[in-house]
Design a binder for this molecule. Structure first.
Ligand SMILES: NC(=O)c1ccc[n+]([C@@H]2O[C@H](COP(=O)([O-])OP(=O)(O)OC[C@H]3O[C@@H](n4cnc5c(N)ncnc54)[C@H](OP(=O)(O)O)[C@@H]3O)[C@@H](O)[C@H]2O)c1
Length: 229
């Protein structure tokens, strides 16, 4: 049986997982501080996990990664590096949640081997974390595009394609990928944000991006579909 520690478990996605699977070992930032190697070591010693599902870090608002570069580097790059160093010493598998925004966002349908070009500081920080994780072969990188249910905005982009998936659905998929290694794109069908949002809110209004978001950050899910079939 895998013993899985979840870092950053009081965050948005951690809370979803808490409702789904009570066998996971949930550690919030007080219980497991990714900026302290001693704290990571203490948790590895106490729980002897087989896996770490790494959720801790800095996510929203996006602009914080432009305003506070230092915090973004610490939490998303250095914190992830600390976890890679400690898990590799103990042979613990590391599962890292990256983002679809590491792809250039221009042509869409990106597969896991495509060249990367993050479009903002958040995605640079996530790619920074990915670099360390990629060096440790006992790992899985999930490149993901997810959002809260119900869709929180009243307007949605009709000219921006993504693989938006609700967090609950993403969580169920990620739990099925625990045994996998390498990189896997995870998301819902390639569609515009408007098409996605319209399914749960018939009154949603169309808006058009002038470049605030990459127009085509949608990913190919061929690898994921093959695994799940
Ligand atoms: N949400 C998305 O759409 C999305 C998409 C793709 C990938 N991801 C990735 O998925 C992961 C989880 O996302 P999320 O939405 O749950 O993020 P989140 O809500 O920002 O949660 C991150 C958690 O990490 C905690 N944390 C901060 N500093 C820490 C430290 N030093 N040690 C340990 N924990 C610390 C935060 O605590 P405080 O808030 O109290 O500081 C928070 O509880 C993130 O890595 C994110 O980049 C998210």
């Amino acid at each position: 049986m895998p013993r899985i520690i979840v870092t950053g478990s009081d965050g948005r996605f951690g809370k979803i997982l808490q409702k789904l699977d009570n066998k996971l070992i949930f550690r919030n930032k007080i219980q497991l501080n990714i900026l302290s190697q001693a704290s990571i070591q203490k948790n590895l010693k106490r729980f002897k996990p087989t896996h770490i599902l790494h959720l801790a870090g800095l996510s929203r608002p996006m602009k914080i990664h432009e305003k506070n570069i230092s915090k973004s580097i610490d939490l998303n790059i250095i914190g992830t590096c600390n976890l890679v160093k400690e898990s590799s010493k103990k042979g613990v598998k590391l599962i890292y949640l990256s983002t679809s925004y590491v792809y250039p966002g221009t042509k869409g349908n990106y597969n896991e081997e495509d060249a990367l070009k993050p479009w903002n500081n958040y995605s640079w920080s996530k790619l920074g974390g990915e670099c360390a994780v990629q060096m440790y072969k006992n790992s899985l990188i999930v490149r993901l595009c997810m959002t809260e249910k119900p869709f929180i905005h009243k307007k949605a982009y009709a000219n921006v394609k993504t693989n938006f998936i609700y967090q609950e659905d993403a969580a169920k998929i990620i739990l099925k990928l625990i045994g996998k290694k390498g990189i896997i794109n995870v998301g819902g069908p390639n569609q515009t944000v408007y098409q996605f949002a319209k399914k749960s809110n018939k009154k949603i209004k169309r808006i058009y991006s002038k470049g605030e978001f990459p127009f085509r950050a949608d990913m190919s899910l061929r690898k994921l579909k093959k695994i799940l079939k």
